[in-house]
Structure formats: structure tokens, C-alpha cells
Unconditional design. Structure first.
Length: 297
């Protein structure tokens, strides 16, 4: 669950080892040999994955992956397991997973059919829809209100694709402004350089809640998509690792732990500044937890 064109150029400067052939992939065997799991994280994607001022990686997805890592340690009968956190952005996350630099990405990544051609996903761990954030003073309530305006979104995301599709379908003549990160997109709205920011509703709510003046911003009721699931991301054609991840998630989702985790990150103040999303668990998400299954759109 879960930012722009020039940022794709940055991938040219990332050292990428050759992508492993499907037959060469056995993440559990590698973890058994190294006693290490490499976890992809985001620097600023609360409440799912973000850095605290002291450099600690935290968040809802991060907590899930810590539990999964401990379950894998037990499964492999290891005395201990090291968690190596690897920074990933919307533009680099799939490259890092496919190249083997990340074993599992634990952030807010939307599961859809196009992405499943590149990577694989766990059972859904959250659901959200694409919305837009704007300044209240601009009184932008619908997609039609965005006609002729500048609207931003992050490259490498489903959201910018949806924005472009809506722009074409409705002939809105929107000037789409791609950015590298969610934070850059939000700052364009704050500075008045963009009228709206299109992204997952939960992430927009979190950005507004952590801003200096949260009351200045409004989240649209109209959406650009139906609710879509986030999933943890790992390489394709690695059935043993996928089964281990989903087995752990099934235990979490169908037991009491998921309710405590959800309350911790979505209904209580979270670090470092005490942001509280006050977001009750949606019925669709509750059903997904009660009956974990692979998502196929």
C-alpha cells in the first residue's frame, strides 16, 4: 500500500548485480548460510516505514517484517538473525528486489497485475485508495476541480499512472509534475507550486498530520481508484520464501497481534512527534486479516 520521470535516471547510477535466474533463487538457503535478512525500507513513509531522528527504522510494515524475521530464524533453527536495512525509493524498490539486494521490501507498495510480472507479493497487509491532497483555501473537492491546474505525484508509483489516465480520459488538461519523493510532492502543495498531490490516501493523511499546520490541508472524498492492497515484496519464483512469509503473516493476522499492531500505528500517537491518524480499521481490511489469501486483481 502503496513519486517522477527524471528520477528514473537515478537508477543508472545504482550498482546493480545481474538479476538472478529463477532457478538460482532460494532466499531461505541464503539466509540459513548468512544468518541475515535484508529488509527494504523507506526514509519517510509513516506509519508504514520511516526513519526516526536517531536513525532507527520503524513503522507498521517494519514491525511485521521483524516478526517474520524471527519466525524465519526459528524455522531455520538459527541462534540469531541479523536484520540489514536497505534504503529503497519508489523508483528503485523493484530493481533492488529483483537484483537480490533486498530479500523483502517492507513499506507501502501496491499489489497489482503489472507489478506481479516483476516481483511477488505477500498476503495483503493494508488497503487504501488513491486520493488527492490540496489546500483547503483552494476548495478543490473533485477531480473536475483540478482541470487546468498543476498536480504533482511521485514517479515510479501506481498513483502517477492513475493521474495520467484520468487526465487523458476526462480531458482535464492537468499539468502533471513528477517528483522523486512524496515529501517533495507535498512541499510543492505547501509552497503553492502545485494545486494538489495525488497519492495513496493513507500516506497523504500521514503527510498532512506531520506537517506544521495540518488544518490547512484537505483530503479529497473522490478517489482515483478502488481500494487496493499493499503487500510485502520479494522476488518471483521463490516459493519456499514466499510460503515462509505468508505462513508468518497468517499467524499474525488471525491472532491477537494484528489488533495490537494496528492500534499502535493507526489509532495511537506514533514517534517521533506524536502524530495520531485516528484511523479505525476498515471492514475490507478486517476481512482480509480474518481470511488471508493471495490478491489477484
Amino acid at each position: 500500500m502503496r513519486l517522477p520521470v527524471f528520477c528514473l535516471l537515478l537508477t543508472c547510477f545504482i550498482p546493480i548485480p545481474p538479476v538472478q535466474a529463477a532457478g538460482d533463487i532460494d532466499t531461505l538457503q541464503r539466509i540459513a548460510k548468512t544468518a541475515k535478512i535484508r529488509i527494504g525500507y523507506r526514509e519517510a513513509e509513516p506509519p508504514f516505514s520511516y526513519l526516526l531522528p536517531d536513525g532507527e527504522v520503524t513503522g507498521f510494515s517494519t514491525d511485521l517484517c521483524r516478526i517474520i524475521s524471527e519466525d524465519i530464524r526459528t524455522k531455520l533453527k538459527l541462534d540469531k538473525i541479523e536484520l540489514e536495512f536497505v534504503k529503497a525509493t519508489p523508483a528503485t524498490r523493484f530493481i533492488l528486489v529483483r537484483s537480490g539486494q533486498i530479500d523483502i521490501e517492507c513499506a507501502a507498495t501496491t499489489n497489482n497485475s503489472e507489478r506481479r510480472k516483476m516481483v511477488d507479493f505477500s498476503y495483503p497487509n493494508f488497503m487504501t485508495a488513491t486520493q488527492f491532497l490540496s489546500r483547503k483555501e483552494d476548495n478543490l473537492q473533485s477531480l473536475d476541480d483540478l482541470a487546468g491546474r498543476s498536480v504533482t505525484s511521485a514517479s515510479g508509483t501506481v498513483n502517477i499512472e492513475q493521474l495520467n489516465a484520468v487526465n487523458r480520459a476526462k480531458n482535464l488538461n492537468i499539468s502533471v509534475m513528477p517528483t522523486k519523493t512524496n515529501e517533495e510532492a507535498f512541499e510543492l502543495v505547501v509552497a503553492g507550486k502545485a494545486s494538489a498531490f495525488v497519492m495513496d490516501g493513507i500516506l497523504l493523511a500521514a503527510l498532512a498530520a506531520t506537517s506544521q499546520k495540518p488544518d490547512l490541508y484537505a483530503l479529497s472524498e473522490e478517489t482515483l481508484s478502488a481500494p487496493e492492497p499493499y503487500g510485502l515484496v520479494f522476488r518471483r519464483n521463490d516459493p519456499a520464501f514466499k510460503a515462509a512469509v505468508n505462513e508468518s503473516l497468517r499467524h499474525i493476522f488471525t491472532g491477537p497481534d494484528i489488533h495490537d499492531l494496528y492500534e499502535k500505528w493507526f489509532a495511537k500517537p506514533i514517534p517521533p512527534n506524536g502524530m495520531n491518524l485516528n484511523l479505525p480499521m476498515a471492514a475490507s481490511l478486517r476481512r482480509a486479516y480474518e481470511h488471508p489469501s493471495e490478491y489477484r486483481d
